[in-house]
Design a binder for this molecule. Structure first.
Ligand code: TRP
Length: 498
């Protein structure tokens, strides 16, 4: 039986939405730093190998699976077998958890969009961020109080997501992506142009791109490349499966995956030039070595960049606004895919109307996000992100390869999707999906676990680390529990889907 939760109106709409999910905060603050840390220009080699051997093949797998099974992650896996349905809940559970703090970070970027106009972060951007903006407490268990300005911004993020997802796939996700993505592209182009033309920009760009070939023998560098690709392409979250299920049945799989994968990396690379151009300028202005001005993640976006913006020779308010607007848009276009994946699951399993499912998702999500708006929010976010993202998505990736490569059968998927694709994938794809990708992900999970045990993450207390592990395990239990519940409309599971 067919039940359609929505459909994309055009191939371009789908590709923009998929790139929208992939291009997120991670592209802006993670890629350039990871590249710089792991061999600079030489990092591009493992990065491309990872893109071609894991990223795009897994995208093909998730696109193909969603398109073939024609349902949310839960329905797609349940149609494979009720035994595998837990995968379709575990992945969206991880998505949901990611969304609770992703929304909070987007909230901060909205706050900073406001601060950028008058550069109200002042000269000491570091203490502004930690003390004034976050009101950070002295430890994990010291919760402090909710910061109203952050809570309001987070509310806005959930409200925007609600409106977009409520409107459905074509009028919501697709329309939003058609506005967000071209806008984001213009913003990124502006940031990059400004970044590379600043005095001293080359100091930064050289650091970013000078190859250190000795890095290529380090397994750490290779794992960083695989991790970056995996996270950046939103793999292992059920979102690409959900999006692909909204394509017409005869849609191309292989080429869409290549366009999405290459497009995402292209954006990362462009932003990397801009970011390092700005950092080079900062080194030039302050006379500090570039090593001292480079930071990653929130440090880059909320501390280093505001400082750089202060120093700009002209139009600093405008540049600041452009930068934070790019973060807001990149964040929102990713967040809608997370909310859609969860909403679609609820609609399928419990036969909920879209409006009810999205309302439930957004209300519970907003309450969850509120936790990160407290004075200990940054600690919660850091610990949970580390444990859930490090393990959750990668382990799900392994299971996906087993479920689709071995149970559904890779060659069956390939012979189903090849005829409708612009170009076909060969037997190498089966080998990757069945052996190489699960082994690579398995090795990476094993290695991080060993390191984790040797040295607990980030100097947190063991109780805080316990919360991290507990959350990761809890998501598996949630996935298993929901998958055991009855389907409101069991006929959805029956019959040949095609
Ligand atoms: N790709 C996103 C980024 O680079 C992060 C992300 C990971 C994500 N998994 C996701 C976004 C699932 C949306 C859905 O920031």
């Amino acid at each position: 039986m067919e039940k359609q939760n929505g459909a994309f109106g055009s191939r371009a709409g789908f590709i923009l939405a998929a790139i929208g999910s992939a291009v997120g905060l991670g592209n802006i603050w993670r890629f350039s730093y990871v590249a710089y840390e792991n061999g600079g220009g030489a990092f591009l080699i493992p990065y491309f190998v990872a893109l071609l051997t894991v990223g795009i093949p897994l995208l093909i797998l998730e696109f193909g699976f969603g398109l073939k099974q024609r349902g949310s992650a839960a329905l797609s896996f349940a149609r494979l077998s009720r035994k595998w349905e837990f995968m379709g809940w575990w992945a969206p559970a991880v998505s949901f958890l990611l969304m609770t703090y992703y929304a909070t970070i987007i909230g901060w970027t909205i706050n900073y969009l406001g601060y950028s106009i008058f550069q109200s972060w002042g000269t000491d951007t570091e203490s502004f961020f930690f003390s004034k903006h976050l009101g950070l407490t002295s430890g994990f268990w010291e919760i402090g109080s909710i910061k109203p300005h952050i809570l309001i911004a987070v509310f806005l993020v959930w409200a925007i997501n609600f409106v977009i997802i409520y409107k459905g796939v074509q009028n919501g996700v697709e329309k939003a992506s058609k506005i967000f993505m071209p806008l984001l592209f213009v913003l990124v182009a502006l940031i990059t142009l400004r970044g590379v033309t600043l005095p001293g920009a080359m100091i930064g760009i050289n650091k970013f791109l000078t190859p250190d070939f000795s890095a290529l023998v380090s397994s750490k560098v290779w794992l960083a490349a695989f991790g970056q690709i995996f996270f950046s392409l939103s793999l292992g979250f059920g979102v690409m499966i959900t999006y692909a299920s909204y394509l017409p049945k005869d849609s191309d799989v292989v080429n869409n995956a290549f366009i999405t994968g290459l497009g995402n990396s292209g954006v990362s690379f462009l932003i990397g030039l801009g970011v390092f151009g700005v950092l080079g300028y900062m080194a030039h202005q302050t006379g500090l070595p570039i090593e001292e001005v480079v930071t990653q993640s929130i440090g880059l976006a909320f501390i280093a960049f505001p400082k750089a913006i202060n120093m700009l020779p002209a139009f600093s308010g405008l540049f600041g606004f452009t930068f934070f607007l790019a973060l807001v848009i990149a964040g929102l276009s990713s967040s809608i895919s997370l909310v859609e994946a969860v909403t679609a699951n609820l609609m399928d399993k419990f036969n909920m109307e879209r409006n009810k499912a999205v309302l439930l998702t957004c209300i519970v999500g907003f309450v969850g996000s509120a936790m990160y708006t407290t004075g200990a929010g940054l600690y919660f976010l850091d610990v949970i992100d580390h444990f859930v993202m490090q393990y959750g998505a990668a382990v799900i990736g392994i299971f996906e390869c087993v479920a689709i490569g071995w149970i559904f059968k890779a060659n069956r998927m390939r012979s189903w999707m090849n005829p409708k694709s612009d170009f076909a994938v060969g037997k190498w794809w089966d080998v990757l999906v069945m052996y190489l990708i699960p082994l690579t992900l398995g090795f990476s999970v094993l290695k991080t676990t060993i390191e984790e045990i040797a040295q607990p993450y980030g100097g947190y207390s063991s109780s805080a680390i316990g919360v991290g592990w507990l959350t990761a395990v809890l998501l598996v239990i949630v996935g298993l529990t929901i998958s055991k519940m009855n389907w409101a409309d069991a006929s959805l599971l029956n019959g040949e889907v095609e």
